[in-house]
Design a binder for this molecule. Structure first.
Ligand SMILES: Cc1cc2nc3c(=O)[nH]c(=O)nc-3n(C[C@H](O)[C@H](O)[C@H](O)COP(=O)(O)O)c2cc1C
Ligand code: SF4
Length: 667
């Protein structure tokens, strides 16, 4: 209330003082041009009921909102270091800008990366570098059922719709793709006139809204699809199942960015957010998806058809593999997106906490296809935080044939990462439908930058391959990439990521245990998992939920190690067994590489009944502190039934108490 009283007092005093002054010098009345609006604003602030802070601090409370609105810019210009910017560091933004502008992109004086931090990665070079086979590598898309294969560049523009991006941004991307000879994914918003103006190769994406090929009820329209898919400029078609930044959530075009033109292109009403449904209506099962792939291939006159997804439940992807095996129909490509992917707009819970990160999902898809004997028929595209050629290389090491980039291409267009893409106030004209803003984006100039960036990335990729002593992209292997696990331990991707052997999933005796449960659960006729059998057989990994209270960020890099440990625990436990430290001791012996580097101590492993799961309390002690993780591995059915899981926090507290007792209060 003090601020309100002060405001009232100052208003009266300043007004009286001005009147008094004006008696001697009449020009002083002009000061009321400033005083009256400020007093009016203050009175409005005190009366309004929306913002408490303004009611308490009239007028000056606005400073807080002003700073809040320019926080990203202040952060970017004054606070962040070269490596700390989020989601993309200044180091990589600057790299894209330099390559796009054709400026010098070398760095003086050495790396600014901390090469001894956990998670630092590098590629092994060779003492015998050699020239690569092809300086402009192309990758053929189109399996045996495809009549119009497409030879793609290793780097292409990832899906971003007209709607999320402005018309000038779309035109610049497409013209850049035409100039540089690579492909431009339309995003789920459909093919707009701006995608067609410059004739760059298109990958037409079809999302759950079927924009561009929907009937009046919003369902898939065969005739509309056929007409557009047969256009020469459409080289491939991608069915969007999910996107890393918001898997399980349909696309969102905020009402603020919905223009009449976009509404007409998409056949949607004005004035509301355009939210696509989370699931497709054209199919409802893995078999349905695969049949839809075949249908689109026919309707498009034999063009490569694929789908894009972020990996969630592994058994669901395996169900798609089973559907492929049963029908003999395979997509020509699969695009794997990671949860770290970008978006025009998404709910924060989805962006932060739903979906598998790209490298884990990509490795899984690659090896699931190998295990199912399908890999040689299907190309894999990976998208997620590709800014440098090394980013491309490491995705290729994990199984990607080509890579898509979205945000890097936005940087090439001039995006400054102000992160207002969902508000129609993009300061660079990239992600806005406001003509005053997007008209400032020069299509020809930015198209040249997009093409420059692409060309420079390919040239650098080829150089990296040569430095690694390889002859071509097809020779890149997981063992070529190193990952620092901790100060003293380095592992290659081959040692870190789970793998399969050719067709191993097809023979019951060859299935690796960590893949078995998901494979057994997968069923081609439904997305829903089949119930696990209570046959006394080994029960494998289910949904993994981590409840960590270690509070130490340094642990995060090592969570995969915990997963791996968990997988082995699950694989080793017989149905209904009660297990304790003995099993873990055995596991340590059998799988020493799976043991947490801080010497994980397993306090308890509880196996919980028929349809149950495993609750594992792990104690990661180090010299400084002791942390505890409770890792629960459950089946969905169990999670619903057992009260233990409804009260995981309570359970955790009881465990911590017990640990305290065990360790004399050290936890
Ligand atoms: C502004 C924007 C719009 C996007 N729109 C789509 C879309 O329509 N369909 C889609 O599948 N992904 C969409 N994405 C995700 C990207 O295609 C890509 O998968 C993701 O951003 C990861 O790539 P990146 O890390 O190179 O940005 C969009 C991303 C951004 C930044
Ligand atoms: S400049 Fe800001 S609002 Fe515009 S595209 Fe980039 S992040 Fe989005």
């Amino acid at each position: 209330m003090i601020a309100r009283t002060t405001f009232a007092a100052i208003s009266i005093l300043v007004s009286l003082a001005t009147i008094a002054w004006a008696m001697f010098w009449p020009q002083a009345y002009w000061l009321f041009v400033i005083i009256v609006p400020l007093v009016a604003l203050g009175l409005h602030d005190m009366i309004q009921r929306t913002h408490t802070i303004l009611r308490i601090y009239p007028v000056i409370g606005h400073i807080r909102f002003l700073f809040e609105s320019i926080r990203p810019e202040i952060q970017q210009y004054f606070v962040e270091s070269d490596t700390s910017g989020q989601p993309v560091s200044r180091e990589f933004r600057a790299l894209v800008y330099q390559r796009a502008k054709g400026q010098r992109d070398t760095r003086p004086f050495g790396t600014i990366f901390e090469v001894y931090r956990n998670g630092y990665e590098w590629v092994d070079h060779s003492l015998a570098p050699q020239p690569v086979r092809d300086n402009d590598p192309r990758i053929r898309f189109g399996g045996p059922d495809c009549r119009r294969p497409y030879d793609a560049s290793p780097l292409n523009i990832s899906a971003m719709s007209f709607g999320a991006l402005s018309r000038n941004a779309i035109m610049a991307l497409n013209k850049g793709a035409k100039t540089g000879g690579f492909a431009h994914n339309t995003g789920e918003g459909g093919i707009s006139p701006y995608h067609l103006e410059h004739g760059g190769d298109l990958i037409w994406q079809i999302g759950t809204g079927y924009f561009g090929c929907r009937d009046t009820d919003g369902n898939f329209d065969e005739a509309l699809f056929t007409e557009k898919a047969r256009r020469d400029v459409v080289k491939m078609i991608e069915i969007k199942l999910s996107q890393g930044a918001k898997p399980g959530h349909g696309g969102i075009l905020p009402a603020a960015k919905l223009t009449r033109e976009i509404a007409e292109i998409r056949h949607v009403p004005m004035g509301h957010d355009v939210v696509s449904p989370p699931a497709h209506t054209a199919f409802s099962s893995p078999l349905g998806l695969i049949e839809f792939v075949a249908k689109l291939r026919e309707l498009s006159d034999g063009k490569p058809i694929g789908f894009k997804l972020c990996i969630g439940k592994k058994s669901e992807f395996m169900a798609i593999c089973k559907a492929m095996l049963e029908t003999g129909i395979a997509p020509d490509f699969i695009t794997v997106d990671g949860t770290e992917g970008g978006t025009g707009a998404a709910p924060i819970e989805f962006t932060n906490s739903v979906g598998t990160p790209l490298r884990d999902g990509l490795n899984f898809v690659h090896h699931a296809l190998i295990g199912a004997g399908l890999r040689d028929r299907i190309r894999i595209i990976a998208s997620g935080k590709t800014f440098s050629a090394f980013h491309m290389l490491r995705l290729m090491a994990l199984g990607a044939d080509t890579v898509n980039a979205a945000r890097a291409m936005m940087f090439a267009l001039g995006c400054i990462q102000s992160r207002h893409c969902n508000r129609n106030t993009c300061p660079t004209g990239v992600a806005t439908q406001n003509p005053a803003r997007y008209k400032a984006l020069d299509v020809d100039g930015k198209a040249a930058r997009v093409a420059n960036y692409h060309a420079s990335m390919i040239a650098n990729l080829v150089e990296l391959i040569a430095a690694a002593g390889l002859r071509g992209l097809d020779e890149v292997q997981p063992m070529h990439i190193n990952h620092r696990v901790n100060n003293a331990e380095i592992r290659t991707y081959a040692e870190i990521y789970p793998s399969t052997t050719e067709r191993c999933l097809l023979s019951d005796t060859d299935i690796p245990e960590v893949w078995r449960q998901d494979w057994d659960r997968a069923t081609s006729s439904a997305w829903k998992r089949a119930q696990s059998k209570s046959t006394g057989k080994i029960i494998g990994k289910g949904d993994v939920t981590r409840h960590g209270d270690g509070g130490r960020n340094t642990m995060i890099d090592d969570l995969r190690t915990i997963d791996s440990l968990m997988e082995r625990i699950c694989a080793a436990l017989p149905m209904g067994a009660h297990v304790g430290r003995d099993v873990l001791r055995t596991l340590r012996r059998e799988a020493p590489e799976a043991v947490f580097p801080h010497q994980c101590d397993v306090i308890e492993v509880r196996y919980a009944g028929d349809e149950g799961g495993i609750l594992c309390t792990l104690d990661f002690g180090d010299h400084a502190s002791t942390a505890m993780y409770i890792v629960s591995i459950t089946h969905v059915t169990f999670e619903r039934r057992n009260p233990l899981w409804r009260d995981i926090e309570g359970y955790k507290k009881r465990r911590i108490k017990r640990l305290r007792r065990l360790q004399g209060g050290a936890v």
